[in-house]
Design a protein around this ligand. Structure first.
Ligand SMILES: *Cc1c(COP(=O)(O)O)cnc(C)c1O
Length: 404
């Protein structure tokens, strides 16, 4: 079992007071807090080895390059990618998805189909819509049910040899549903479609094994897994990454440049034009080391208990409805109280030092499905406690009293 007090001591921000009250941070779905080792590693990079990578022969450049590539290797091991060059540094999930949709623009034609699900974050909807506009391909949506689960019989029915790529999240940010991606990957491959998994919300809770999953692309963000903002990862199978054209042109991504013709660098550099986010790329490796030291089994155990406790306590409140009731879900609770706007609850409990997200959570189609403007979303991390949940539940009760 985790020693939660010891874990909490790793996170300087958790001792903050907000509006005069001890901070209770339940907005982990939006971004995670950072442990001291991560914060220190950023400073250390700038104090000790800051230099541009892959360019100079000088010592600092070599040290920075080695640290950057060592981080890539850590990530390769973490997600069990077969090859190091299948791990591409990006600025985050959004950029990873756009890199892939941009590449598919040269592969799709009118009549082809692109499939997303009703549970997606806007980041995994809008780039595919833009791709469809550009190519004349059709966007197909896998529907969901009242519990916030994808309807797999519909998925099976919608798949055909017209389907060129499926894009689906591993775990939903708005509802916490864990999608059956193993099944979905297998089915996509049966019709010859590629499949991209948006792992932004899964990677804080589990260690994806991209080879076991056999997905074609897997994307995630550093800032949701205790790492810095502005860095993320695109995993792609070698064959796909070779097939896709470069995303951006510039330095680092070329082999030879003349005004007549430029040839591109090998993977992974083909997709890493320009000076990358060196410091944060290196520190993403530190964050992954930290999470592995805590242990994903421990993380899951703690989060499972927090979810059960919070669900039980919140349902004591009359008129409170939870959206997303799949048995397979992570530590996210989206809810509303009858007759009260989610924003008003969020505002009142913020005064009590409690951070939750209110609104549509970048997933308007889900809110439209339930016919609501938004929800209050509390998302728990392994550094949260049952005591914090109890304070939160009392705060929600108080907000309800003030607002009704
Ligand atoms: C956060 C999130 C994104 C977008 O990630 P960025 O870091 O903002 O690029 C995409 N999909 C899901 C499921 C998310 O939770």
């Amino acid at each position: 079992m985790l020693d939660i007090q010891k874990i909490r001591a790793d996170f300087p921000i958790l001792t903050q007071k907000v509006n005069g009250k001890p901070l209770i941070y339940f907005d982990n779905g939006a971004t995670s807090q950072k442990p001291r080792v991560v914060i220190d590693a950023i400073t250390k990079y700038y104090e000790e080895i800051n230099a541009n990578i892959h360019r100079g022969v000088h010592t600092l450049s070599q040290l920075a390059t080695d640290a950057y590539e060592a981080s890539r290797e850590k990530i390769q091991k973490h997600i069990n990618a077969q090859y190091l060059h299948e791990v591409i540094f990006t600025s985050g999930t959004t950029q990873g998805i756009n890199l892939v949709t941009n590449g598919f623009a040269s592969l799709l034609k009118e009549g082809d189909e692109v499939m997303v699900s009703a549970l997606e974050h806007h980041s995994n909807i809008v780039p595919w819509q833009m791709l469809c506009e550009k190519t004349g391909a059709k966007l197909i949506v896998i529907p969901m049910n009242e519990k916030g689960e994808l309807i797999l019989s519909e998925y099976d029915r919608l798949l055909s040899n017209k389907t060129k790529i499926v894009a689906v999240n591993h775990i939903s940010n708005a509802l916490g549903t864990i999608n059956p991606i193993e099944y979905m990957i297998e089915k996509a491959h049966q019709v010859g479609a590629a499949i991209l998994i948006d792992g932004a919300q899964a990677t804080p809770h589990l260690k994806p094994d991209v080879q076991a999953l056999d997905c074609d692309f897997y994307v995630f963000s550093g800032h949701k897994i205790c790492g810095p903002t502005g860095v993320g990862i695109l995993y792609g199978k070698e064959a796909w990454l070779n097939k896709l054209p470069p995303y951006m042109g510039g330095g680092e991504m070329i082999k030879e440049v003349t005004f007549e013709k430029t040839t591109y660098a090998e993977l992974p550099h083909k997709f890493e034009a320009g000076t990358p986010n060196i410091a944060d790329g290196i520190v993403l490796g530190t964050a992954i080391d930290y999470l592995n030291a805590v242990g994903f089994e421990n993380i899951q155990q703690q989060e499972k208990e927090l979810l059960a406790h919070a669900t039980k306590r919140l349902l004591e409140i009359e008129g409170l409805k939870i959206y997303g009731t799949s048995e397979k879900k992570t530590s996210v609770i989206s809810f509303n109280i009858e007759g009260i706007h989610p924003y008003d609850i969020g505002t009142i409990i913020d005064k009590l030092g409690i951070a939750v997200r209110t609104g549509h959570h970048c997933a308007q189609p889900i809110m439209n499905y339930f016919n609501i403007p938004g929800t209050v979303r509390a998302s728990f991390s392994f550094y949260n406690t049952k005591e914090e949940i109890d304070i939160f539940v009392e705060a929600v009760k108080k907000a309800k009293m003030m607002l009704s």
